[in-house]
Design a protein around this ligand. Structure first.
Ligand SMILES: *[C@@H]1O[C@H](CO)[C@@H](O)[C@H](O)[C@H]1NC(C)=O
Ligand SMILES: *[C@@H]1O[C@H](CO)[C@@H](O)[C@H](O)[C@H]1NC(C)=O
Ligand SMILES: *[C@@H]1O[C@H](CO)[C@@H](O)[C@H](O)[C@H]1NC(C)=O
Ligand SMILES: *[C@@H]1O[C@H](CO)[C@@H](O)[C@H](O)[C@H]1NC(C)=O
Ligand SMILES: *[C@@H]1O[C@H](CO)[C@@H](O)[C@H](O)[C@H]1NC(C)=O
Ligand SMILES: *[C@@H]1O[C@H](CO)[C@@H](O)[C@H](O)[C@H]1NC(C)=O
Length: 854
């Protein structure tokens, strides 16, 4: 609507009509773009966005997560739409609870933020089957993500369904809503060619189909190098400063900046240092970027069986700025918040001037955004991976640590350097909590719980599903309605077999496409095996006990999340491919083409006994001493709600592998599988140089995941029902809840850190210099109760293990105590009043503090 039209209407419309006219119209925003940025009603904007996936938390957490993202300096929230969570069977839609997309978008809107809606509908996302419903794989003639009519029909219908839902609720910016961008397809450019003749036509169809939805805001395609106008192709990577869109009319957008990485069961825990995340973001904006999104900002949890795979953990923490449990991860969250403030100070200069590139050294450069009126912002980069550098820019010198960017919103004062982390670190602990005894007599394990148990029958329970010579594919058979598929057969052993006498056990050899396996002979568990993140196929090789006569061989094949990406990923199978037994008089017996009896799923699952309304479908056995190391056992107990409001993790260290539920809500798969003894973790994480997922791993030799998030809103005031399905055997008496709590804070700040506070900058005191200042803040309702360590001088070490250096101001601790004790938060400047600045005069001194919150 052109402005001229509005003024004509004004002069002619009656007053009351005008009111409605404006209240509807003033909210609608016309979002366009050019090569530099998105343009909102004619005004350029630079967008910092944060991925939060609604089904990876619960509605009760959404407002706080969104608020924490906003406080962290984000303008927008980005989410995928999870097709297989919404269209449970063709035309049968679900939008309740964690899947209430409209509610999520409205929470973002109420927080005054924008939203980027990545409809996909293929999403990858380490999500089961990449987000596409498994049923669609079995619609005849369907091939995912190519020129396949059934796929395109269903994809178009779902996309249209979501778009119409958003339109109905007036959620697009063109209707006054928060949605400023929408996405179709995802990272297809990298594999388009693998799809041959079907590839490009499909990508072009997807773009046209999206445009035909007429949503009034721009469409984007991530990593789609041939995105047709006006669809904008965007970058997904650890670094996108060198990215160029495929047309000079499109702005440079970064839809996935990975501030960490996901985990797989049995692997180490990846971490991306905050200095490097900030470096990548600063370089992106230095080089003309205008929309940047953290994937993930809050990773959350793959509840139930939603994790992709195989082997992706239930935790999707991602080392993101907000941790899985919803707490700000410090210093990452705080460091990026400071970065965002610094970038926003440059917003106008960046978006309204062409950059001038100024070499400052062999691996040092400035980009200066200036206009004749005096507006000027500069980014000074040191791309050297090893050496710090002093550079001269506009007659002033700047100290640039290796692999860092300094931001100068007035081309003079450094307000931020990506490698100087002034934000506090928090000490986060998982504090064990009793599960609260319901029964206090002798009827208790060490966690004081009274357990009821139900033991699954090994092999075929009820009637067999079918019998077949040879093997079927696991996924084709279960269609992912369950993780479990029984393959059973019988084997006759002649009494003349030597192994019956010489004690040499025959060897069972099983080959499987994936993902995990339990092998039973005559109802006894013999062995287990599984693939790993790099390779889902595996072989099991184990001695087995066979008796003379008939033996029942029962092999339980298990999936651990379905493939979520890669060309033709939906055709990757699972399950047994070969079964042999070695060590008979005649040599090796091949059972592969035997007659196999199949059963899909477990009885307890079938009877829904993890749900409060299905609990009574089996006869539970009440026990004072729950069995340990017993495979295929369901455990049930009544648990109280842990007091307080700290987030809760279920500690499953003592268990083997399985699934858990609270009050019928799916906590997810647990598997405290430790990383391989061959894995190595660096003793120091060097933020300098290009990041890759295993660069800064921790947790070598430890379980990849010990604690499982149980959202507070799933608890009732009392009488909560915890149900555990243990597959291979564990010790339930050691199961506990733990409260996730910030118990301390640390900070290190140096005399050469930037001294300009971006807050005061806004108030018009450009360039006014203070002193570098430590900001300490404990969680609300707690105070700094003691100072564990403080040293002004040359302290070294990490939070939790600081030590004094040769240079140390003996008054350090008393100064911090005087300012901070018994306060929720405090600020300590590196000033002459506080510290002896003449100490070890030539040295650039720093202050390290560790304090206890309670
Ligand atoms: C939005 O702005 C563009 C560019 O100014 C203009 O061409 C277009 O008509 C506007 N759209 C609406 C719905 O006002
Ligand atoms: C898509 O939606 C249309 C219109 O609602 C319907 O006629 C058609 O059967 C749907 N197609 C599929 C594949 O579900
Ligand atoms: C830098 O110094 C030179 C010589 O002193 C002077 O001519 C020039 O104007 C200065 N430049 C700036 C940006 O201040
Ligand atoms: C699953 O079944 C389909 C036929 O419905 C077949 O084409 C496909 O190869 C099977 N997949 C595997 C992994 O065996
Ligand atoms: C061993 O092989 C011989 C010759 O093929 C066969 O007659 C006999 O039945 C086999 N014995 C067993 C126990 O399979
Ligand atoms: C420590 O503080 C006291 C008084 O508060 C002062 O007299 C003394 O000089 C300080 N010591 C150092 C090393 O600064």
């Amino acid at each position: 609507m052109a402005e001229k039209n509005i003024s004509t209407s004004i002069s002619m419309a009656p007053l009351f009509l005008l009111f409605f006219y404006f209240s509807a119209l003033s909210l609608a925003v016309n979002i366009t773009y050019d090569s530099r940025s998105l343009i909102f009603d004619g005004q350029r904007k630079l967008i910092i966005s944060s991925s939060i996936h609604y089904p990876r938390s619960v509605p009760g957490m959404w407002p706080e997560l969104v608020k924490t993202a906003k406080e962290g300096g984000a303008d927008a929230i980005e989410t995928y739409v999870f097709w297989n969570g919404h269209e449970l069977s063709p035309g049968n839609y679900y939008f309740d609870k964690r899947y209430n997309l409209v509610k999520f978008v409205k929470i973002v809107q109420r927080a005054g933020m924008y939203l980027i809606l990545r409809i996909g509908p293929f999403v990858a996302a380490e999500w089961n089957f990449g987000g596409v419903p498994v049923w669609l794989h079995y619609v005849p003639g369907t091939v995912f993500r190519t020129d396949s009519e059934p796929f395109k029909n269903h994809m178009q219908n779902f996309t249209t369904f979501i778009v119409n839902m958003m339109k109905r609720e007036k959620l697009f910016a063109s209707q006054g809503g928060p949605i400023i961008l929408a996405q179709v397809e995802n990272e297809y450019g990298d594999i388009e060619r693998v799809y041959g003749d079907g590839g490009k036509p499909y990508a072009m169809w997807a773009a046209r189909m999206a445009l035909s939805q007429d949503i009034g805001v721009p469409w984007i395609m991530c990593q789609q190098y041939d995105a047709p106008d006006p669809v904008i192709n965007t970058c997904n990577s650890f670094y996108c400063d060198q990215f160029k869109p495929n047309s000079v009319n499109k702005p440079k957008m970064w839809t996935e900046n990975w501030p960490g990485w996901f985990k797989t069961f049995g692997a180490r825990s990846p971490h991306r240092p905050p200095e490097d995340v900030a470096y990548a973001v600063a370089r992106f904006f230095q080089k003309g970027g205008s929309v940047q999104n953290y994937y993930m900002y809050h990773g959350g949890t793959n509840f139930g069986r939603t994790s992709g795979g195989p082997f992706i953990t239930t935790s999707y923490d991602y080392d993101a700025p907000i941790d899985e449990y919803g707490l700000a991860r410090l210093p990452k969250w705080g460091h990026l918040k400071e970065l965002h403030k610094a970038i926003k100070l440059c917003e106008h200069a960046l978006l309204h001037n062409e950059p001038t590139l100024l070499p400052l050294g062999p691996l040092q450069e400035a980009d200066v955004y200036a206009d004749p009126s005096g507006e000027c912002a500069a980014f000074l980069a040191n791309m050297d991976e090893e050496h710090d550098k002093i550079v001269v820019f506009r007659n002033a010198s700047y100290y640039l640590p290796a692999w860092s960017v300094s931001i100068l919103p007035d081309c003079k004062n450094e307000v931020f350097n990506t490698a100087k982390v002034g934000s506090q670190t928090s000490v986060v602990e998982m504090i064990p909590e009793d599960l609260q005894p319901m029964v206090t007599s002798a009827d208790k394990g060490s966690n004081n719980l009274h357990w009821d148990i139900f033991v699954e029958k090994t092999g075929i329970w009820g009637a067999a599903d079918f019998v077949k010579n040879g093997f079927v594919d696991h996924i084709n058979t279960t269609k992912d309605t369950t993780d479990y598929l029984w393959y059973t057969t019988s084997l006759h052993v002649d009494e003349n077999e030597e192994f019956l006498r010489n004690g040499k056990q025959p060897i069972l050899l099983v080959a499987s496409k994936g993902h995990a396996l339990l092998a039973f002979v005559n109802q006894e568990l013999q062995a287990s095996a599984s693939g790993n993140g790099a390779n889902s196929t595996f072989k099991l090789e184990s001695p087995v006990s066979l008796k003379a006569g008939n033996n029942e061989i029962a092999l339980l094949s298990m999936t651990v999340g379905l493939q979520n990406a890669g060309p033709f990923y939906e055709w990757v199978g699972a399950g047994l491919t070969n079964v042999m037994i070695e060590g008979f008089n005649n040599g090796t017996i091949d059972l592969s083409s035997n007659s196999w009896i199949y059963k899909i799923g477990l009885e307890g699952e079938h009877l829904n006994i993890y749900n409060p309304n299905g609990l009574n479908n089996v006869k539970w056995v009440s026990t004072s001493d729950p069995p340990k190391n017993q495979p295929l056992t369901w455990y049930k107990a009544i648990v109280d709600t842990p007091p307080g409001d700290d987030p809760i993790g279920l500690d499953m260290l003592s268990m083997g592998k399985g699934q858990a539920w609270l009050n019928g809500e799916p906590i997810g798969r647990y598997w405290p599988r430790a990383s391989s003894v061959y894995d190595e973790c660096p003793s120091e994480c060097n933020y300098r140089g290009k990041f890759f997922p295993d660069k800064c791993d921790t947790g070598c030799g430890e379980p990849t995941q010990r604690w499982y998030h149980v959202p507070r809103s799933w608890f009732r005031p009392s009488g909560n029902i915890l149900v555990i399905l243990e597959e291979k055997g564990g010790n339930p008496t050691e199961i506990k809840f733990s409260r996730r709590r910030v118990t301390g804070v640390c900070a290190v700040i140096s005399e050469d850190f930037p001294t300009v506070d971006p807050e005061s900058w806004h108030k018009g005191t450009n360039g006014s210099k203070g002193k570098p200042t430590v900001h300490l803040k404990c969680p609300s309702n707690t105070v700094i109760s003691s100072v564990k360590f403080a040293s002004f001088g040359s302290p070294s070490g990490k939070c939790g293990s600081y030590s004094k250096g040769d240079c140390h101001d003996p008054n350090s601790t008393s100064v911090i105590e005087k300012i901070c004790l018994n306060k929720n938060g405090c600020e300590v400047a590196l000033s002459e009043e506080n510290f002896n600045k003449d100490l070890c005069s030539s040295l650039t001194k720093k202050l390290a503090v560790e304090a206890v919150c309670s």
